[in-house]
Design a protein around this ligand. Structure first.
Ligand SMILES: [Zn+2]
Length: 518
């Protein structure tokens, strides 16, 4: 047994922003990590999306084997698509196996850790958590501790994601980030877990909405670098290992494609005339009620309406005529389509016998949708394998490679576009490692997010779990350390949990308000 590990997560961290900042000397701590440790590109999952990415980070498995392909569950479990959460991860996670090995662990704001599973340590869950509340923490006693530090926020308030609130947006972003930093430093110093993972989400939010204002983005990277510096001082003293990593990269989004319009034009998708309120408007209204804490004062009947089955009826997919729809889009950030398969989707019409033909017809139709782009459509089995493959979109359109994003699916052309998003995710994320067993100046080779789990486990001196998709990044380990302690393997075994009744609707309203579920 040896050493502590700090994992400093930067949601959306990219060399596209870091590179120009090295030259200006604005990132002294990351620059030191680079010169004294290993650094390079960390490739994420397909599509480059937060929920499946952190699921891969936690399990060391690709999505075909951990089962999370999006923020939302697959449409075969209902076209309205419920939210995913950590209960979808049945595989043992990094936190579980280290706990089983008798090590202490702590996680702060790691996405997809709600509901928290008991570990040998603590979990303050991140994105996809209903609210900051004692009952959502493990152990729940941590709530009082965090409140004593001046509060803690799971994420920014969605109100600031509306058009015309730039000033409030940036203020809110720093309020959330400062609170998370206070919590992180406190938990790292006073609880001293062997593994501590914290994720900062500010640059992801900024790069989505302010990619075209690089100074705002760079200022926050500089803030992160200074925050990292506060951790490095104590990590160095103890000989702890430090990872800095991102769940995906980032780049400009210069064009937008309306995939639903393409599907309609080619007869794959049929939508009925619009009736009733726009689901997005409704969900945004719910998020706003939440903001002013008004929902509690609503009549019980209305409160119920903000939850559960109403979501189903209000789903944008309520407008789809399933008897005349063979293909429909996934969420915009999922960059894919689902076939409406008989026996799989609730009202599926494509027989298994016709499946390949329908899929081929769709792929052939894409030449017209985006002539001149380099991205090639991928059948899901070209991307993933495993027991959850049937939950993946049937075809992926890797348009991010060309800086193209997909327009949100809507049943109402009158709904104004959301706030403009000039930045979108990329597959090339960042990775830095420094520590007593890390080779200075080394670079990971074709490293993926799945490799973090085994590499972290090895550098902490524990046996690697068997059967992971990720590999130990031996090229970043000092050769003498590797020779002295070759990797050993072990079988670990653990369980899972889910959202309590109604909590998923709350989270959904909040994410809708931020424009993350379109
Ligand atoms: Zn992310």
């Amino acid at each position: 047994m040896s050493g502590r590990l700090l994992i400093f997560g930067i949601d959306g961290g990219t060399f596209n922003v870091l590179e120009p900042m090295w030259a200006e000397g604005r990132l002294p701590h990351l620059a030191r990590l680079r010169s004294e440790g290993a650094s390079g590109v960390l490739h994420t999952v397909c599509p480059p999306l937060t929920a499946p990415a952190w699921a891969t980070f936690q399990t060391g498995l690709q999505p075909g084997r951990h089962g999370v392909f999006d923020f939302l569950a697959p449409p075969r479990r209902g076209y309205a698509r419920r939210l995913q959460n950590a209960s979808a991860l049945s595989a043992p996670r990094l936190f579980d196996t280290l706990s089983a090995a008798g090590r202490t662990v702590g996680a702060l704001n790691v996405p997809l850790t709600f509901p928290p599973r008991p570990v040998n340590g603590f979990v303050v869950p991140g994105m996809l958590t209903p609210t900051f509340a004692d009952k959502h923490l493990y152990p729940s006693s941590l709530g009082a501790e965090l409140r004593a530090l001046g509060g803690y926020y799971v994420d920014m308030n969605p109100l600031y994601f509306e058009e015309g609130r730039d000033e409030g947006f940036v203020e809110e972003l720093y309020r959330v980030a400062e609170a998370r930093k206070r919590a992180a430093l406190h938990l790292w110093r006073s609880h001293q877990p062997d593994l501590f993972a914290v994720v900062f989400t500010g640059v992801d939010r900024l790069m989505h909405f302010f990619w075209d204002r690089p100074e705002l983005v760079r200022d926050h990277y500089a803030w992160l670098d200074a925050t990292l510096g506060e951790f490095l001082a104590s990590a160095e003293e103890e000989g702890a290992t430090v990872f800095v990593l991102s769940d995906h990269g980032f780049g400009p989004a210069e064009a937008e494609i309306d995939l639903a319009e393409h599907l309609r034009r080619h007869g794959f998708l049929t939508q009925k005339a619009k009736r009733g309120p726009s689901p997005r408007r409704f969900l945004e209204a719910v998020a706003k009620l939440d903001l002013f804490d008004l929902r509690k004062r609503l009549p019980r009947r209305w409160r119920a309406a903000a939850r559960g089955q109403v979501m189903e009826r209000l789903s944008v997919f309520a407008s789809v005529d399933w008897q005349r729809t063979s293909i429909f889009p996934g969420t915009a950030t999922q960059y894919g389509v689902y076939l409406n398969v008989a026996g799989r989707e609730p009202e599926g019409i494509v027989s298994r016998a016709d499946y390949e033909k329908v899929r081929d017809d769709f792929i052939a139709s894409l030449d017209e949708l985006y002539p001149g782009l380099t991205a090639r459509a991928l059948r899901r089995e070209e991307v993933y394998h495993g027991p959850f493959l049937d939950d993946a979109p049937d075809v992926y359109l890797p348009l991010w490679e060309d800086g193209v994003r997909l327009r949100e699916f809507s049943d109402d052309p009158a709904v104004a576009p959301r706030r403009r998003r000039p930045g979108e995710h990329r597959r090339e994320g960042i990775f830095f490692a420094r520590g007593p067993r890390v080779a200075a100046g080394a670079a990971p080779e074709q490293a993926t997010l799945a490799d973090v789990y085994p590499t972290a486990t090895y550098l902490m001196g524990e046996a690697l779990p068997t059967g992971l998709d990720g590999r130990l990044l031996t090229e970043i380990v000092a050769p003498e350390a590797l020779a002295k302690a070759p990797p050993t393997y072990r079988d670990y075994d653990v369980g899972g949990a889910g959202y309590a009744d109604g909590e998923d609707a709350d989270v959904r309203a909040r994410l809708e308000g931020m424009g993350y579920l379109g």
